[in-house]
Design a protein around this ligand. Structure first.
Ligand code: MG
Length: 343
């Protein structure tokens, strides 16, 4: 088996504003695992607030002992990848996703069949509207035609103004993501009830991830589901937050890839927690891998490819607003003609 990798920069269509700051691009690293002339592709998406960079991913991959990984044994391979160093979640995900893509191609099966997941369609996919102004909400909605459901980022200090601008322009259902932006529980409870009146479906990570007791109170009093994102990265984190949230946002870049994301979904179901499958700002390479788990989830937030203008892959599409998994072996993510990446 041969491992290659190359950094790349994804350019946003619109500068992306979050409670944590504004960005115009996201660094990623693409990975290929090749065996018998068959190539599997993976991606590490690296929003700066998570602490990994293209350099840390390349350093991790340079040290990877690929003699310990095999397309025929995902669980042992995952153990070897995960055991190589602590942290490095996106780096681990990149090689793990490439291994799934390769394994599926060698078996001539879509990745979802490796997990006995039925169906080719997932939930309706949300389209993300970043923090901005009422005017920017209007602008961004123009790009959201294909989507039947929206997600609006809050925590920028003008939350009510943003929601009012949104519901003035559209009657599409919407979720909100506060990205830990509300620090006061009483404010959070008032806002959640106000958002419920305005038609919000769910709220993601309203309060800082450390404020678990306050979040538990909020969840108890909330008329809509409160979903953990920043508070839950890996399987072990679910035990820590159970009871404090109604559900979890599972992302391959947090879970170190598909294998543990699947386990997180199983565990959340046992605990009767809701599941949102999400993504970082990433291309069709990573998002298409995540799409294979989406039939198991309640909601999907896999709009990464729609927010960038230089996606070097094709893969997941929307079918009447729903996530649709490509009917191909592996993840179904394929290199797009006209983009040169060194893998
Ligand atoms: Mg989120």
């Amino acid at each position: 088996m041969k491992l290659t990798y190359a950094p790349y920069s994804l350019q946003f269509r619109h500068p992306f504003v979050l409670a944590a700051g504004t960005r115009t691009e996201t660094e990623v690293v693409y990975v290929t695992l090749e065996q018998n002339g068959v190539k599997g592709y993976g991606e590490a998406a690296l929003p700066p607030y998570l602490g990994e960079t293209a350099k840390t991913v390349c350093d991790f991959l340079a040290k990877a002992d690929i003699s310990k990984i095999s397309a025929e044994d995902i669980p042992s391979s995952f153990k070897a990848i995960d055991g190589a160093a602590s942290g490095n979640n996106a780096a681990k995900a990149s090689i793990e996703i490439a291994l799934h893509d390769l394994a599926g191609k060698l078996l001539n099966k879509p990745v979802k069949d490796m997990y006995h997941i039925k169906g080719n369609t997932g939930p309706l996919c949300t389209y993300t509207i970043g923090i901005g102004t009422p005017q920017s909400v209007k602008e961004k909605l123009k790009a959201a035609d294909e989507f039947k459901i929206l997600k609006i980022k809050l925590g920028g200090g003008n939350d009510k103004e943003m929601i009012n601008a949104l519901i003035n322009e559209t009657d599409k259902p919407f979720c909100v993501d506060v990205n830990q932006g509300w620090k006061d529980r009483h404010y959070a409870i008032d806002m959640i009830w106000w958002l419920n009146e305005k038609g919000a479906i769910l709220a993601e990570q309203p309060m800082p991830k450390e404020m678990l007791d306050e979040t538990a109170r909020l969840t108890e009093e909330s008329p809509i589901p409160i979903i953990a994102d920043e508070a839950v990265k890996r399987l072990e984190d679910i035990e820590r937050v159970k009871g404090a949230f109604s559900g979890i946002n599972v992302k391959l870049m947090k879970s170190c890839g598909i294998y543990e994301a699947y386990k997180m979904i199983q565990r959340a179901k046992e605990l009767e927690m809701k599941i949102l499958i999400g993504c970082m700002s990433e291309s069709s390479c990573g998002v298409t891998a995540a799409a294979h788990l989406s039939p198991l989830c309640d909601w999907a937030d896999l709009d990464g490819p729609w927010l960038i203008k230089n996606d070097p892959f094709t893969g997941m599409i929307l079918n009447n607003g729903r996530v649709e998994i490509p009917p191909k072996a592996g993840t179904g993510a394929e290199k797009r003609a006209g983009f040169s990446i060194a893998i």
